[in-house]
Design a protein around this ligand. Sequence first.
Ligand code: P6P
Length: 336
Amino acid sequence: MIVNRKVQTLDEFTIQQLRDVPQATGELSHLLRNIGLAGKRIHREVNKAGLVDILGDTGDVNVQGEEVKKLDVYANEQMMGVLRHGIACAGIASEELPDFVAFDDAKSIQSKYVCMFDPLDGSSNIDVNVSIGTIFSVYRRLSPIGTVVTREDFLQPGNRQVAAGYIVYGSSSMLVYATRRGVNGFTLDPSIGEWTLSHPDIKCPERGKIYSVNHGNFFQYDEKVRRYIEACQKKTKADGGPYTQRYIGSMVADVHRNLIKGGIFMYPGTIDRPKGKLRLMYECNPFAFIMQVAGGKATDGKTNILDIQPVELHQRTPLFIGSRLMMEELEQYLAS
Ligand code: P6P
């Protein structure tokens, strides 16, 4: 009997990775599989959002002052649930919650990781069927194992991340995660309910032809940013162009596309929002980690995103992220 062994599931992959790292305890692999389970459940609800009454708002407002969509609430509950009931996470912080949550039961306080996440980013796009996503970031706790986690366990710079990833719920659902060993993408096969390795060892092309930015804010951007955007519009075949502008207002989808195809994504500071809109801990840091492992770069316009010392769970930062050579060209404009 021929057994199709080409398909490698997330479980098989993480266990194989475990074999390659002898001193590993398997907790990180277990945590990633927990997130994969939450992702399958969120995929199921996202995919039927148009069919059942989970569209529309709960009428609540989250800590960001944004209307909370029912799917946001569901996704947050799924992520919290799998991590609380797993054995690898001692606490979480979420875009949907005002403060971190310590898992203070006897088993969880023995865990060595904490996880931060945006359970459903881009949720304003749910009702119009645009791809949305879950973003997560994993750190080794600083406080002693066996104690309840503290705020310092969460306020670590992005360069201390152990793993980071996202799930994009689109034409198909994909889970992409990075450790220092590489970036790997898994496409959900709903027929068997498994994340299957479809994009091994993802590398971001060092140059692309896509630039992603909200042109509606153009006249609010710093003059140096505007000059770079205008340079993108003037690219010709002779200097690596012509570029195309792609921006669907869903960070996970926009950055995922640029990671795979090459490109640059920008959410600069504006006059109204000098720190921009995107959150450092559970939007920018995870993507910056993934992009750096894949060969790209990510800055706030001056500093590597991963080197920013956070002071607040929900702090925002401007973000420029993407292909290395495009980022280096941008940096020349910003330094001019
Ligand atoms: P704007 C979605 O609300 C989000 O947080 C990101 O996913 C997305 O990149 C950004 O906001 C879009 O913001 O201001 O361009 O609509």
